[in-house]
Design a protein around this ligand. Structure first.
Ligand code: NAG
Length: 277
């Protein structure tokens, strides 16, 4: 019984300590980024992709104006953007115009830096006339911003006035690509928190033990009540001895020998001695 009672606070204690020391636990269990097919399979790129897991399963969209036409772009991390099979980024002309695939997540490249990830989707639909009619390519620059879990997608530019290697460039802010924060607590505060935690375990466990196993009532429910009472008294005595500058202890020894009467009468006695002189 008592073991069970202390087990719960102890467990809570360890969880708190674990959280403090190692930060947030693993928070994503899905692996949607596996849907991305890398242009050329590599372990490092897979690792970069897993950072983007919190961003999966969402259509990011943005509208741009080009002359009289409005285009909307839809982007998804390793999923069908706007429901278009295999497409990571699509471009749609508003008012029901044609839809073209800007890049496919089946031809992904993922490059990661300290606080950014560059996602490249290749093998989009062919340009009509620009860019030697090659396949479109989308580059999505995802930058660290601790304030937003998923920011808004924005179009930076569409570079197609060239012979080769044209691309659409997008930007997105997200906390997902931020470097992991090292524990910001100093060793001192961690020790303090552990201390408080252990004290809580002692009090709660002891309290429950006294109450449920020993069957104590009232103040006796506190663990080792008599002992702590004694400690409190001794501390008070010690404090009294160290801190008090005047008191019984400091009276001249002559007085102590003479005075056998109760203490209250002493001031009067003193006056009596003084008067005749
Ligand atoms: C993305 O958009 C498409 C088309 O509007 C929709 O079918 C799909 O369910 C959306 N996906 C998510 C995850 O919202």
């Amino acid at each position: 019984m008592a073991h069970l009672n202390t087990a719960i606070p102890t467990l809570a204690c360890f969880l708190v300590i674990r959280l403090l020391l190692f930060g947030r636990g693993v928070q994503t269990t899905s692996d949607n980024t596996k849907n991305c097919k890398l242009f050329s399979e590599s372990k490092t790129e897979r690792k970069v992709l897993t950072l983007l897991e919190p961003l999966t399963g969402k259509n990011f969209s943005v509208d741009t104006q080009d002359g009289q036409d409005t285009y909307s772009y839809i982007f998804q991390v390793c999923g069908d953007a706007g429901g278009s099979k295999g497409a990571g980024v699509i471009q749609k002309k508003k008012d029901g115009g044609k839809e073209s695939v800007v890049g496919r997540y089946t031809a992904t490249q993922a490059i990661g830096g300290s606080d950014w990830v560059m996602l490249i989707y290749r093998n989009g639909s062919h340009y009509d006339s620009h860019c030697s009619a090659e396949q479109r390519k989308a580059i999505i620059m995802i930058s660290c911003n601790r304030k937003v879990q998923m920011g808004d997608l924005s179009v930076v530019l569409e570079d197609r006035e060239r012979e080769h290697d044209c691309f659409y460039l997008f930007e997105l802010d997200s906390s997902a690509v931020c470097p992991a924060l090292s524990s910001q607590l100093s060793a001192g505060s961690i020790i303090l928190i552990i201390g408080v935690c252990l004290l809580a375990v002692y009090l709660i466990g002891g309290f429950l033990y006294q109450r449920l196993v020993v069957g104590a009532k009232g103040m006796d429910q506190f663990p080792n009540y008599a002992f702590w009472l004694e400690v409190g008294n001794l501390t008070a005595d010690g404090c009294d001895f160290v801190c008090r500058s005047r008191g019984n202890r400091e009276q001249p020894p002559t007085y102590r020998g003479v005075a056998t009467e109760p203490l209250e009468e002493e001031p009067e006695e003193r006056d009596d001695h003084l008067l005749p002189m």
